[in-house]
Design a protein around this ligand. Structure first.
Ligand SMILES: CC(C)(COP(=O)(O)OP(=O)(O)OC[C@H]1O[C@@H](n2cnc3c(N)ncnc32)[C@H](O)[C@@H]1OP(=O)(O)O)[C@@H](O)C(=O)NCCC(=O)NCCS
Length: 330
């Protein structure tokens, strides 16, 4: 008996974007009550003036839901139209079941496929690549991709090499069929030789046995070198793969890791002054998988970016892993 393969849309696009910003503002002055640092040092090294942390009642689940509902609404869809939910997070504290399965039920999907991915700060771009493939293969018609983190729960507030950097938040995108090309090929990969450059202090069972939390630690200089060298080149590859020149680009949205990394990438890419560059780290900090969709949402809301613009997005982080693509903004 012949087998019928799945067939999908010719192209996929982002149909809607949503974001959820936690309510607690932690400025550098408050940060300096936890670590020996200064507002001047933090701003000069990272560009961060303040970051957002979850307040009482806010969780990685609630942020994910708020962002996803907004994205679905803006796409002109309802929960029942969604047939796959992908959540990228390192902050969901259960190994199983997935956060995505819970979110799929809360969104009112009709039993959508649901799974989490662990790709740290590259997670949103990994999720978009999968959504693009699912829609074009016919495995799904409308996919919600969520990047959500509550890194404040796994950050050691006495560690002066990480405490000032990490933050909380969620962003989401709905990806669906398109008549015209609107998502370039993903450029992605990993460098597991640098597995320990960003890692957790202990596996959870060991940490709990010792009465401790397991927190993120980072070799900042190694991350900085990798991001400003290899990742800057990967960003150029994203443009080349999509057949888009620097002059044709409207917006550049790198993962909001650190403003100095963004500055270094800009020097490498030699983008024209007309290209708008995301700098949401200033008020939101580094919220990992959430940083790119939050930046897209903020730039669309402020008018810095507009619907139809071509944006280069690229995420990179623990693994080490990275992923980027050129997308047309909804
Ligand atoms: C984290 C980072 C800002 C630290 O900056 P750095 O210049 O590498 O810092 P170093 O650890 O080498 O320390 C340099 C100096 O700053 C001091 N310092 C370190 N942390 C400090 C802090 N929180 N506040 C004030 N001073 C600090 C050190 O004591 C040292 O002082 P010295 O020169 O008198 O000895 C930088 O490495 C970085 O941006 N890395 C990339 C990290 C990143 O983006 N991660 C996200 C990945 S998703």
């Amino acid at each position: 008996m012949p087998l019928s393969p799945s067939t999908g849309a010719q192209y996929a696009r982002i149909l809607g974007i949503g974001a959820a910003i936690p309510s607690r503002v932690v400025d550098n002055e408050e940060m300096c009550t936890y670590i020996d640092s200064s507002d001047e040092w933090i701003q000069q090294r990272t560009g961060i003036v303040e970051r957002r942390w979850v307040a009482e009642g806010e969780t990685v689940e609630s942020l994910s839901l708020d962002a996803a509902r907004q994205a679905i609404d803006r796409a002109g869809l309802a929960g029942a139209d969604i047939d796959a939910v992908i959540v990228s997070t390192v902050s969901h504290m259960l190994q199983t079941p997935s956060l995505a399965a819970h979110i799929a039920a809360e969104l009112g999907t009709d039993g959508a496929a649901a799974y989490d991915i662990s790709a740290a700060c590259a997670g949103f771009c990994y999720g978009l690549a999968q959504a693009d493939a699912l829609v074009r293969s016919g495995a799904a018609t409308h996919v919600v991709v969520i990047g959500a983190e509550t890194l404040s729960r796994i950050t050691d507030l006495s560690d002066r090499s990480t405490a000032f950097l990490f933050a909380d938040g969620a962003g989401a995108a709905v990806v669906g069929p398109s008549d015209t090309p609107a998502m370039g090929p993903v450029v992605w990969g990993s460098d597991g030789d640098q597995y320990d450059v960003i890692n957790m202090t202990k596996p959870w069972p060991e940490a709990l046995q010792a009465g401790e939390n397991s927190n993120i630690f980072m070799e900042g200089r190694a991350v900085f070198r990798w991001a400003t060298g290899f990742i800057a080149s990967a960003a150029q590859e994203c443009l080349d793969a999509a057949g888009v020149t620097a002059e044709e680009l409207d917006v550049f949205i790198p993962h909001q890791a650190n403003n100095r990394i963004t500055d270094s990438m800009l020097r490498h890419l030699t983008l024209p002054d007309t290209v708008k560059v995301a700098r949401t780290i200033k008020h939101y900090g580094n919220n990992s998988a959430a940083s790119i969709p939050i930046a897209i949402d903020a730039m669309l809301a402020s008018g810095e970016a507009k619907s139809g613009d071509l944006a280069l997005i690229i995420g990179f982080g623990a693994g080490l892993v990275y992923a980027g693509q050129v997308v047309q903004l909804p």
